[in-house]
Design a protein around this ligand. Structure first.
Ligand SMILES: O=C(O)CCC(=O)C(=O)O
Ligand SMILES: [Fe+2]
Length: 719
C-alpha cells in the first residue's frame, strides 16, 4: 500500500509523507514544548470577548457537520513544527508584503494565490512550494494522501488589533466544501508580533497554539474544531492559510492556472495538455488579449529596440507554452532586466467610484454610488461584499466563492479601489484626478514637465479609480501635496458629486470613519482635516480639505508629521495650481535639496510618465481574482479599516500617470520596504540592484516549472 503511494507520490512527497506519518496523533506531535502550546484549557481562558462569540459559533452548527470521510478520524487536529524552513517562511513574508492588499477582517491584509498570480506571477514558486508542503503535511497527518484539493490558499497578515472570535471554518453554507484547515505561521510570536494565539475552544489538546515560524496547525473545518485567534498586540502576525476540500471540483488550481494563462506575462497557448487543470473553462480567445499584447509591444517598442520572441518553453512535453517575455522595457534602465511588464498593467474601464466604507446596508442614491452619512456601504459594496476584499478566512466573513453580482459596478472600479488601498497600505501617497486637473491636466493625468516636477514636486502622484469618465461631468481632483519634507497635505478640489466625493475620500486615504457625506444636505466633509470645507453636491468648484489619513500627514498616529513638524497643517487647502506657485516661492530650495537625494524616484517618475496611456491588461485576471477570493463578507469594516502605515520614510515624489504605474511603484516600494535594511528612499538604489535579480530568478523558475504542472501541486508532475 505504502509503496504504491510512494510510486504515485514521487520522492518528494514520499519524504514528506514518511516524515509526517509519525505525527498524526498528538502524543507523538513534534512539539518543542508545552511552553507555547498549551494542552489544557482553564476556565479563565475563555474571556468575555470569546464568550460573546460563542453564540455565533452555536448558530453555525447546522452547517458544521463533519464530512463522512472525516467523521472517524483518530484525531481531528494536529500541530506540527518545522513544516516549512525559516528561509522559505522569510521568502513568503517577502511575497506577502510585495503583493498583499486589504484582507478579510479588520487589520488583516492578505495576498491570495490569485493576487500573486495576477500581480506578480514570478512570486508564485515559493508560494506554491509552501502550499504543497502544507498540503502534503495535512494529507499525511490525517491519512488522506492524495485526497485533498486546495480550495483556498493565501498569505495573511494580522496587524495589531486583528482578532477572530470563536468559530469553525465551515460555518456557512457556501463554505461547506471546506473540509480541512491549515494555518502555517510565517513568523514567531514575541519576535515580530505580540499575542495572537490560536486557540481551540475545547476537545483534545493542544488548546492553545502560539504561532512560531514554520509551525502548522491543521484541523477539520467542522464544528469539532471551534477556534479563535486572540487579538494581536503589536507587529504583524503572518500566516499561510489554506483550506482543503475532499471534492476535487472545489480546487482553486484551475482558476489560478487560468489566471496565469490570462496574464500577458505568461501567455499560454490554448493548446494545453490534458489534465493541466483548466477543465472546461475556456481560455480567452487570443483576440481578447490581443490589444493588451499590442499595447505592451508598442510600449516596449517605443522604449526599446527589442521584444523577445515568444518562447516555446517546453516543446517536447505535452503542450506548447508561448511565453511572451518583454525585454527592454522602460524600467530596465533603472531596475535592470527581468521584470516583465504586464503585471503592472491593470484594468481600466467603466465603473463608478467604488469607495468602500464602514459596514452597513447599501443605500440607493440618485447616482450609481451611494454614500451614507453614517459611513454605510455603497451600492457597489453591497455586491462587492466578499469580493476581493474577502480573501479566504472563515467565520462567514471569509473565503468562499461568492459571486460578483454586478460586474459593471463592483468590477473594474473595485480594482481601482484595491489599488488605492494597496498604495495606502504601503504608505504611499497619491493624487487622484477625476476628469482632469485644472492645472493643465487632461484625461485625469497631471501634466507638468519632469523638470517642473523636480522643482515643484508637490503634486506627488495620481491614481484614480479607472472609472472617472462615468463619475459625472464635473471635474474632481484630489491632490496630495507635500507641504514640508515631514508632512503631507491633502486637498480635494471639485468633487461635486457623491461619486466624486467618495472617490476623493478613497484616493486621499481619508479614513472613511473620518469622512462623512450628509445625503440630506448634500454636504460632504472630511472630518479629520485640520481645515474643513464642505462641498455642495453639484458644485464643482467647491473644495474640501482633508489630510492623508495618517500617512505622513498632520495627524499621523505614528509620530510622523504633526503640527510641529508641519507648519502647513493648519493651512487651508488650496487650488493645486496655486499650490505650485506658492511652493515655488517658499520652498523651492528645500525641495531641491530633498529631491537631489531622490534621484531614483525622479527617474522612475519620468519613466512612468512615458507609460502614460499604455492601456489596460489583465482584465480577466482581475475579474477572476475577485470571484475566486470572494464570499459574503458580513463585516465590511474589514475592507477599509486603516492599515498600519509604515510606509517609506518619505513617501513623496511619486507621480503616477495612472493606476498601473501607481501599482508598479507600490509594488516596487513594497519590495524595497520589505527588504529590512531599506528604510528610506535614499537606500532604494541598493534595492534596485537586488530586486531584478530576485524577480528574474523567480520568473525563470516559474516559466520553467509551469509547463510541468498538471495542477499546482508541483510534485505530482513526477509521473
Ligand atoms: O490565523 C489563524 O491562526 C487562524 C485563522 C482562522 O481561524 C481563520 O481564518 O478562520
Ligand atoms: Fe478559522
Amino acid at each position: 500500500m505504502e509503496s504504491s503511494f510512494m510510486h504515485r507520490l514521487g520522492p518528494e512527497r514520499c519524504k514528506k509523507r514518511q516524515r509526517t506519518d509519525s505525527d498524526t496523533t498528538f502524543p507523538s506531535l513534534k512539539l518543542n514544548s508545552t511552553m507555547d502550546v498549551e494542552i489544557e484549557a482553564t476556565e479563565n481562558d475563555i474571556d468575555s470577548q470569546h464568550r460573546e462569540t460563542e453564540a455565533n459559533a452555536a448558530q453555525f452548527v447546522e452547517v458544521g457537520h463533519p464530512h463522512a470521510r472525516l467523521a472517524q478520524l483518530p484525531a481531528v487536529r494536529t500541530v506540527l513544527d518545522e513544516v516549512l524552513s525559516p528561509e522559505l517562511c522569510q521568502e513568503l513574508l517577502f511575497v506577502f508584503r510585495a503583493t498583499s492588499t486589504i484582507g478579510y477582517r479588520p487589520h488583516v491584509r492578505s495576498a491570495t494565490i490569485h493576487d500573486v498570480s495576477t500581480t506578480a506571477p514570478w512570486l508564485l514558486p515559493p508560494l506554491i512550494r509552501a502550499r504543497h508542503a502544507v498540503l502534503s503535511a495535512v494529507e499525511a497527518a490525517f491519512g488522506l494522501s492524495l485526497e485533498l484539493a486546495v480550495e483556498f490558499s493565501g498569505l495573511m497578515g494580522w496587524a495589531r488589533g486583528a482578532v477572530l472570535g470563536w468559530h469553525h471554518d465551515s460555518n456557512r453554507e457556501y463554505l461547506s466544501r471546506r473540509h480541512l484547515s491549515a494555518v502555517l505561521y510565517l513568523n514567531t510570536q514575541g519576535d515580530e508580533f505580540g499575542a495572537g494565539d490560536f486557540r481551540f475552544r475545547d476537545g483534545p489538546g493542544p488548546l492553545r497554539v502560539a504561532p512560531r515560524v514554520g509551525r502548522l496547525v491543521a484541523y477539520t473545518a467542522d464544528r469539532r474544531n471551534v477556534h479563535c485567534v486572540e487579538e494581536v498586540a503589536w507587529g504583524e502576525r503572518c500566516t499561510l492559510t489554506c483550506w482543503f476540500s475532499l471534492e476535487p471540483s472545489a480546487s482553486e488550481d484551475p482558476l489560478v492556472i487560468q489566471r496565469l494563462c490570462c496574464n500577458p506575462a505568461i501567455r499560454v497557448s490554448p493548446h494545453l495538455p490534458s489534465g493541466f487543470g483548466l477543465g472546461s473553462q475556456p481560455l480567452p480567445p487570443p483576440s481578447s488579449s490581443a490589444p493588451a499584447h499590442t499595447a505592451i509591444a508598442q510600449q516596449a517598442g517605443e522604449a526599446s529596440e527589442s521584444l523577445a520572441p515568444e518562447v516555446d518553453l517546453n516543446p517536447g512535453r505535452g503542450g506548447t507554452f508561448s511565453v511572451l517575455v518583454l525585454r527592454r522595457c522602460w524600467w530596465r534602465r533603472y531596475l535592470g532586466p527581468g521584470l516583465p511588464t504586464s503585471m503592472y498593467q491593470l484594468p481600466a474601464g467603466p465603473c463608478e467610484s467604488p469607495v468602500r466604507v464602514r459596514g452597513g446596508v447599501a443605500e440607493e442614491q440618485s447616482g450609481d454610488v451611494g454614500f451614507r452619512a453614517d459611513g454605510g456601504a455603497t451600492k457597489c459594496d453591497a455586491d462587492w461584499r466578499g469580493g476581493a476584499a474577502a480573501e479566504g478566512g472563515s467565520e462567514g466573513t471569509t473565503g468562499g466563492r461568492g459571486a460578483v453580482a454586478r460586474e459593471e459596478c463592483g468590477g473594474v472600479g473595485r480594482e481601482g479601489d484595491l489599488r488605492l488601498e494597496r498604495l495606502r497600505c504601503l504608505g504611499l501617497v497619491v493624487v487622484a484626478t477625476a476628469g482632469g486637473m485644472r492645472s493643465g491636466g487632461r484625461d485625469g493625468i497631471l501634466r507638468t514637465s519632469p523638470r517642473a516636477r523636480r522643482k515643484h514636486p508637490q503634486c506627488l502622484g495620481t491614481t484614480v479609480p479607472p472609472c472617472t469618465n462615468k463619475m459625472g461631468s464635473m471635474e474632481s481632483t484630489v491632490a496630495v501635496t507635500k507641504e514640508s519634507p515631514g508632512a503631507v497635505q491633502t486637498s480635494v478640489t471639485g468633487g461635486g458629486s457623491l461619486a466624486e466625493f467618495t472617490a476623493a475620500a478613497a484616493a486621499t486615504a481619508v479614513r472613511p470613519c473620518d469622512a462623512a457625506y450628509d445625503s440630506t444636505s448634500g454636504q460632504a466633509q472630511v472630518a479629520r482635516s485640520q481645515t474643513h470645507r464642505t462641498v455642495d453636491s453639484g458644485t464643482p468648484a467647491a473644495d474640501l480639505a482633508g489630510n492623508a489619513g495618517g500617512y505622513g500627514s498632520c495627524s499621523d498616529g505614528e509620530g510622523r508629521g504633526g503640527p510641529e513638524e508641519n507648519p502647513a497643517c493648519g493651512q487651508e487647502s488650496r487650488d493645486v495650481k496655486m499650490q505650485e506657485v506658492e511652493d515655488e516661492e517658499e520652498e523651492g530650495s528645500k525641495w531641491e535639496e530633498a529631491i537631489s537625494r531622490e534621484d531614483i524616484w525622479v527617474a522612475l517618475v519620468d519613466e512612468l510618465e512615458a507609460t502614460e496611456g499604455e492601456g489596460t491588461l489583465c482584465h480577466g485576471g482581475i475579474e477572476s481574482t475577485k470571484r475566486s477570493g470572494g464570499n459574503e463578507a458580513d463585516d465590511d469594516d474589514a475592507v477599509i479599516a486603516p492599515m498600519s502605515a509604515r510606509g517609506l520614510a518619505a513617501p513623496s515624489l511619486l507621480w503616477f500617470p495612472g493606476p498601473s504605474a501607481a501599482l508598479l511603484a507600490a509594488q516596487f516600494a513594497a519590495y524595497t520596504r520589505n527588504i529590512q535594511r531599506f528604510r528610506s528612499i535614499v537606500q532604494l538604489e541598493e534595492a534596485v540592484r537586488e530586486l531584478p535579480a530576485y524577480a528574474h530568478q523567480r520568473m525563470e523558475e516559474l516559466l520553467t516549472e509551469l509547463p510541468t504542472w498538471k495542477t499546482l501541486g508541483v510534485m505530482l508532475s513526477d509521473d
